[in-house]
Design a binder for this molecule. Structure first.
Ligand SMILES: *Cc1c(COP(=O)(O)O)cnc(C)c1O
Length: 461
């Protein structure tokens, strides 16, 4: 018999969460102008707004915290963290930073160039923001299937479209492309993985034209698991051998350790290019802290050293990915339209197919986020018309994104499958009553359109 194991851990400490009534939640929603970023976390029964910095640490990580060496320069904790990163990345030079966006910023200052293109599968918001501030031109070249929420399941929907990249090189010249950034897994289109073949081919094409390749590696372990379980030739390869091969194709990697680092804060800038490392050291000293701590406490570095090792264990990853898959499968059984296949860190519900009668300018996915909170105290996040909608730079007219989704992000090692069952019941109820919902009107947005979802205000129509 092949025994089916449950969670590869047992629970040693718990954090109580609170039930609220529907009437209370309606008040909280009104006070928050129907933006769940403005709702207090204590009033959320299940919080799926993000998987970032929300992981439960292990007893090994908590005990490592006590070993934190808080020396300013050359702390013991730095060298432990450095060795752990070198082991997982197979790259020599490690600069810690306080979180992912600090690494994005350093990377952009080194690689992005004013007026030049920056190709990616789908750039993460903070990379896009850092690049745009410098006058660079970020482009999303994920394969077409990756931009179609209704397209059938494919193993690697995060892949970069090599034909689009070749075409840009032909049309604009390689000298006008400053770098390529591959995000693994690709968050913006559903936590979809990038195959080893695609990483290798993007790397070969980039090398031909001397364009540096960077990997945005927040979810490197989840991507490696998908390569192991979906890509031919990798079934018997160890997760760490897969991560090392992934990074063997790039010059530099940046990471928000708040995801697959299994820590609550932290980030990394890792490179094999010594000149780039020296530049990153200078930028870190200016903005983060000395080279050997980069804005993190010694105890944070200790927790990260252990967390990276735990995140690359197969049993952990198998549990992690299958738990998210469990949620996706139960929702499909109830007819709820989701992006398929289910991604690594969350389930993405297709707002267009869920509320076909609500047009995109009336924020269907945001309406769904509000309904889910109102009915069940469950907090998800909109990744659609509000988060990715924009304004035409010339005409000022509103533009709407191709993907219109609500992401249910699953924190690592935090919720049980019974929590996920609650999410399924609530969403299935809303879906069965979908005709009774109307859209929303955006009544407040801050000065920077690309960041408006964090502070926006809405009214119900
Ligand atoms: C979270 C994330 C970032 C930014 O990291 P923070 O730690 O939130 O600053 C950058 N890229 C990707 C792919 C991410 O998921």
């Amino acid at each position: 018999m092949r025994f089916q194991f449950a969670e590869p851990f047992r629970i040693k400490m718990i954090e109580n969460v609170k039930h609220t009534t529907k009437e209370e939640r309606q008040v909280y929603l009104q006070e928050a102008q129907y933006n769940v970023f403005r709702v207090k976390a204590e009033n959320c029964y299940i919080d799926c707004i993000t998987d970032s910095g929300t992981s439960a640490m292990s007893s090994a990580q908590w005990s490592a915290l006590m070993l934190g060496d808080e020396s300013y320069a050359g702390a013991k904790s730095f060298y432990k963290m450095e060795a752990s990163v070198q082991d997982v990345f197979g790259m020599p030079y490690v600069q810690p930073v306080h979180q992912g966006r600090a690494a994005d910023n350093i990377m952009s200052k080194i690689y992005a160039k004013e007026g030049k293109y920056m190709i990616g599968n789908m750039h993460f918001d903070t990379i896009r923001g850092s690049a745009e501030v410098l006058g660079a031109l970020p482009l999303d070249y994920v394969i077409d299937e990756g931009m179609d929420a209704a397209s059938p399941a494919m193993p690697f929907k995060g892949n970069l479209d090599l034909n689009k990249m070749r075409k840009l090189i032909d049309e604009k010249g390689a000298e006008n492309i400053s770098c390529v950034v591959l995000t693994v897994t690709c968050n913006n289109n559903g936590g979809q993985p990038v195959s080893m073949k695609n990483i290798r081919e993007v790397s070969e094409l980039s090398k031909t034209y001397a364009i540096p390749l960077i990997i945005d590696a927040a979810r490197l372990a989840e991507n490696a698991y998908f390569i192991k379980t979906r890509e031919e030739g990798y079934a018997d390869v160890a997760i760490k051998d897969i991560t090392r091969e992934m990074f063997s194709y790039c010059e530099t990697a940046i990471m928000s350790a708040k995801k697959d680092g299994l820590v609550n804060i932290g980030g990394l800038f890792v490179t094999r290019n010594l000149d780039v490392f020296h530049k990153a050291n200078q930028l870190a000293i200016l903005n983060e802290g000395f080279i050997t701590y980069g804005g993190q406490a010694g105890r944070d570095l200790e927790a990260l050293a252990v967390g990276l090792q735990e995140a690359t264990e197969f049993d952990y990853l198998d549990y992690r990915i299958k738990q998210v898959q469990y949620l996706g499968d139960r929702l499909k059984e109830r007819g709820v339209p989701i992006i398929e296949p289910t991604g690594g860190h969350g389930v993405y519900v297709d707002g267009r197919r869920f509320f076909p009668h609500i047009p995109q300018h009336e924020f269907p996915s945001q309406r769904l986020v509000v309904a889910l909170y109102e009915e069940a105290g469950i907090r998800a996040v909109e990744l659609g018309a509000c988060a990715f909608g924009s304004k035409d730079k010339v005409t000022g007219e509103a533009t709407w994104p191709a993907l219109e989704t609500m992401r249910i992000a699953i924190s690592r090692r935090v919720y049980t499958n019974r929590h996920l069952d609650c999410i399924v019941e609530a969403l299935a109820y809303i879906y069965d009553n979908r005709d009774s919902y109307k859209g929303m009107k955006l009544v407040f947005e801050g000065p920077i359109t690309s960041l408006r979802h964090f502070t926006a205000g809405f009214e119900l129509l």
